[in-house]
Design a protein around this ligand. Sequence first.
Ligand SMILES: [Zn+2]
Length: 245
Amino acid sequence: MKKILKTSLITVGVVVGVPVLAFVGMFLKMNSEFSEFTPLETGKITENIFVVKDNIANVFIVKDSAQYVVIDCGMNPENIAEQMKTLGVNPSDVTAVLLTHSDSDHAGGLSLFKNAKLYMAKEEVKMLNGERAKFLWFGNAISRSDYTLVEDREKIQIGNLTFEGILAPGHTSGMTAFLLNDEYLFSGDIASLKNGKLAPIPAFFDMDTEQAVKSIDIIRQLPTAKYIITGHWGYTNDYQAAVKK
Ligand SMILES: [Zn+2]
């Protein structure tokens, strides 16, 4: 009887303990990777491109006369609303939101932009419908389903702003950079920036690291680009230096 009890306790210990330890390990690893992120403080990048700091990620706002376009919308709507107030931008004046991908640190703040049309890469739908997952069976979820899908190299015209979607998968299935007016590349989580140069992001966060690293070359071949503006690692206004290997 004693032996059965002992065996049962060990079994329960393993069944409960291993997943708990794995979870704690993941959590610690994630936090140590987050501490390497270098998001920008809330402010301006150029006269018409604003940045909001939301915990670990940046939200970008492009001004076009009376309307604004947001690229990635962070995860904390209350914080973003507060930060936007300091920039004098009203979330209800945002007419479009472009998502580089559907991870919660880029799409969790969607509810703040109620008047905005939502754009996302066609390939990113796979992250939402269960076809592809970041980790095990954990898919992504966003708070809206009325999105307009963007094909690779498709151009979207919003007022005087032209955004070209550039598909560079790996981090997620539809990871897409948006090139604004041929010059400003919003690169989401395709690459990090280290000492002014593009570098892979921590593999821990990728759906497919090999593909993600290959995809960095896609954004190295944009001859008109001048700025690279990343999701977590700041920006550079020296595109040529950033893409040089
Ligand atoms: Zn991210």
